[in-house]
Design a protein around this ligand. Structure first.
Ligand SMILES: NC(=O)c1ccc[n+]([C@@H]2O[C@H](COP(=O)([O-])OP(=O)(O)OC[C@H]3O[C@@H](n4cnc5c(N)ncnc54)[C@H](OP(=O)(O)O)[C@@H]3O)[C@@H](O)[C@H]2O)c1
Length: 333
């Protein structure tokens, strides 16, 4: 096995943003291991993507207990990469995990109880071969468990040394405000909120961004490329073999309506006029907002990652370009 030695100029090309009102800076682009790093995927490809990311200054890797498939296997994969290659660089990494979706059978393997969160965190640490994670998230709100219990569990996970910071994901604006108040009162402020946000999914603009700004919580955006729609992958209306839309239910090919394709191609015209690809422009669009701490990309190849990292180069989008994009985004899908 080749001994990995990180690229010495890895910090030269990346920009880092402060995450809310905290001491932590995150890379403008982070890498998520939801898909392509599971037990069904090729280890060598996943390893190449993770190491390439770190070599390009991506210090933040996002996981969850259920990533795979099968559930748990993305964390086991990451544990392998840690053991083989990244252990010497542990202090240069921000690794996150989460619990909140169904993970094991019985009443204690889902949602938001203290019982579930603490035991799931222990399982994640064992799979990833880590002493602690940097961020531990509650993955989705639980309508039945008192928020005090769930936030109390996050506080405990931090105080017991299992995690350095607490985060929440998929919480609406009001629940975010309440969760932030509870965490603050416990002395473990909410570092970060992970939400779906892209040119095709603008939910956070309906209140969440304002709450994050008020509370000093950083926003990290998942599915920033709408799982590949905001790239060159589907622009001609066909579904390439091996693409996410060809492989699984999370991105259904019936989203490729004629209306959607006109929209994507109109956006691509603006990107092309800037000499950029659509994915590059989609990432820049998210980075336009100061409440964005990081854009959390997925990738199935090193080439995709490299293409997307070009988003860090060149000019930001101008006011006129943002206006033209806005008109296109209002077109029906
Ligand atoms: N908190 C939550 O509830 C939640 C939910 C979902 C995701 N997440 C997090 O967010 C991360 C990213 O989510 P995501 O994977 O949906 O993000 P995404 O960046 O919107 O989609 C990534 C996918 O788009 C395609 N792609 C990316 N760059 C491309 C390029 N340059 N050209 C062509 N295709 C390209 C690839 O799919 P193919 O090559 O396979 O077609 C890639 O796997 C996850 O890994 C996870 O960490 C969190």
């Amino acid at each position: 096995m080749m001994v990995y030695s990180a690229n010495e100029s890895r910090y030269d090309g990346m920009k880092y943003r402060r995450c809310g009102r905290s001491g932590v800076k995150l890379p403008e682009i982070s890498l998520g291991l939801w898909q392509n790093f599971g037990g069904v995927d090729t280890i060598a490809n996943g390893e190449a993507i993770v190491l390439r990311a770190f070599d390009r200054g991506i210090t933040h890797f996002d996981l969850a207990n259920n990533y795979g498939p099968p559930p748990g296997s993305a964390e086991s994969f990451f544990g392998l990469v840690m053991e083989r290659h990244l252990k010497p660089y542990r202090d240069e990494l921000i690794v996150s995990s989460k619990a909140g979706y169904g993970m094991w059978s019985g009443p204690y393997g889902d949602w938001g109880s203290r019982k579930y969160l603490v035991s799931s965190c222990d399982q994640s640490l064992a799979r990833m071969k880590l002493d602690y994670v940097d961020i531990f998230y509650h993955h989705r709100p639980d309508p039945e468990t008192p928020l005090e219990e769930t936030m109390g569990a996050l506080d405990y996970i931090v105080r017991s040394g299992r995690a350095l910071y607490a985060g929440i994901s998929n919480y609406g604006p009001e629940d975010t405000r309440k969760a932030a108040a509870i965490l603050r009162s416990l002395g473990t402020p909410c570092l970060i909120h992970q939400a779906r946000y892209s040119m095709l999914a603008r939910g956070p603009e309906e209140g969440l961004l304002d709450v994050l700004g008020d509370e000093g919580i950083g926003g990290i955006w998942f599915s920033p490329l709408a799982q590949g729609l905001l790239t060159s992958r589907y622009l001609d209306g066909t579904v390439p073999e091996g693409s996410r839309a060809s492989r699984n239910a999370f991105l259904k090919s019936d989203r490729l309506t004629p209306e959607m394709l006109s929209k994507l191609n109109a956006l691509n015209v603006i990107a092309a006029a800037r000499g950029e690809t659509l994915s590059r422009m989609a990432i820049k669009w998210l980075l336009r907002d100061a409440r964005s701490a990081s854009v959390l990309l997925g990738a199935s190849s090193v080439a995709q990652l490299d293409e997307n990292l070009l988003a860090l180069e060149g000019e930001p989008l101008s006011g006129d370009e943002l206006d033209s994009i806005e008109l296109i985004l209002r077109m029906p899908e």
